[in-house]
Design a protein around this ligand. Structure first.
Ligand code: URA
Length: 199
């Protein structure tokens, strides 16, 4: 099985078997989309109204802003992979509960293991705190984090503010765009470090 087939069967398996309570109120599952060979995986929080309707992550207003920022740095959306920590829309877009995040955790980790990206980018504090519970997004955004977790295919993580939070807040928007522009340099730094250390 190639990586695309593995991802497809993973998403089919979990869509059928996930026991998350959110399944009861959501329209459908919103699995990750994009390239199985992506160098970068973006992880958001949870699907919103548009995503719940269309069954795809980041297709609403936050997704349009994300597309604009990808354009700005010359990265095509089809070359990356985008997913969420929780695959079902929480009622009225409330924050996902710890048990809802836990129910989707294995799904997310297996996606990451199949893709094995060079870099994981967190969109917002929920995604970041799922892996780094003690960090504050106000201090960690735009900084490369290096940590080797058990069963994680990459040790490079880059937290950003969530595009939905920055959409209508001028100063946060500027910070997010500036952080986003650092991504090509972050990728070069990872490449250099891999060559120098051999891992
Ligand atoms: N916000 C998220 O965190 N994920 C989506 O898919 C859409 C909006």
């Amino acid at each position: 099985m190639d990586k695309n087939q593995k991802l497809k069967s993973l998403n089919e398996k979990w869509t059928a078997e996930c026991v998350c309570e959110l399944k009861k109120t959501a329209t459908q599952a919103v699995p990750g989309v994009g390239s199985a060979n992506a160098e970068i995986v973006f992880i958001g929080e949870a699907p919103g109204r548009s995503e719940d309707k269309q069954g795809e992550p980041f297709v609403g207003a936050a997704g349009k802003f994300l597309n604009e920022m990808l354009n700005l740095i010359g990265i095509k959306r089809e070359d990356i992979y985008i997913t969420n920590i929780v695959k079902y829309r929480p009622p009225n877009n409330r924050d996902p509960l710890p048990e809802e995040k836990a129910a989707c955790r294995e799904w997310l980790l297996t996606e990451l293991q199949i893709i094995s990206p060079k870099l994981i980018i967190f969109l917002g504090r929920h995604a970041m705190n799922n892996f780094f519970p003690d960090l504050q997004i106000s201090g960690a955004h735009g900084k490369l984090l290096i940590k080797q977790f058990k069963n994680m295919p990459t040790k490079y993580f880059f937290p950003l503010y969530h595009p939905a939070a920055a959409l209508y807040d001028g100063s946060m928007r500027e910070i997010l765009i500036n952080d986003f522009k650092k991504i090509p340099e972050v990728l070069r730094r990872i490449e250099k470090e891999k060559i120098e250390t051999g891992v």
